[in-house]
Write a protein that binds this ligand. Structure first.
Ligand code: ADP
Length: 160
């Protein structure tokens, strides 16, 4: 049984993430989607809110579990019994960063392999940062995020 962990900030989850999760679930027996609480990135949604949105989007997928973690990804992967770390790759700009991360993680946990899924064509431009920016400026993000997330974004910026 091969468990894969898919870490990220998911602030918020978008269809590019869901595409990677669905594809990873076809390859591995179990996929743990892991929300990093201590990400250096400034958060719009709290880790609990990000977890809720992921859970709602993934409830029909029995092979997928959603959880949050603090500290090193490799430590959490070990706790979950994961052998594989799943990452998504968009444009070339992702490559250098991901190569550095994968190399450091390989040093920290030689038994854990990083496996990359190339983004599907419709999502190569999609990032949570861009989604937050468009929503902050009042633009529509319909068709880019799961149902429910768009409303949560609207509510966030109404209050702000
Ligand atoms: P974002 O970069 O959208 O803020 P995260 O930091 O939460 O997202 O990323 C979690 C993982 O998902 C990373 O491995 C990232 O490369 C991957 N990912 C993000 N957006 C996409 C996309 N549009 N297509 C493929 N992979 C993606």
């Amino acid at each position: 049984m091969t468990v894969a962990i898919y870490p990220g900030s998911f602030d918020p989850v978008h269809l590019g993430h869901l595409d990677i999760i669905e594809r990873a679930a076809r390859v591995f027996d179990r996929v743990v989607v892991a929300v990093a609480r201590n990400s250096e990135k400034e958060g719009l949604f709290t880790p609990a809110e990000r977890l809720e949105m992921l859970q709602a989007a993934l409830e029909a997928m029995s092979k997928v579990e959603v959880d949050a973690f603090d500290g090193l990804t490799v430590e959490f992967a070990r706790e979950k019994g994961a052998r594989v770390l799943v990452k998504g790759l968009r444009a070339v700009v992702d490559f250098e960063y991901e190569l550095k991360q994968a190399s450091m993680n390989a040093r920290l946990a030689p038994d854990l392999d990083t496996v990359f899924f190339m983004t599907s064509a419709p999502y190569y431009f999609l990032s949570s940062t861009l989604i937050r920016e468009v929503a902050r400026l009042g633009g529509p993000v319909t068709g880019l995020v799961p149902p429910g997330v768009e409303e949560r974004l609207r509510a966030k910026f109404r209050r702000a």
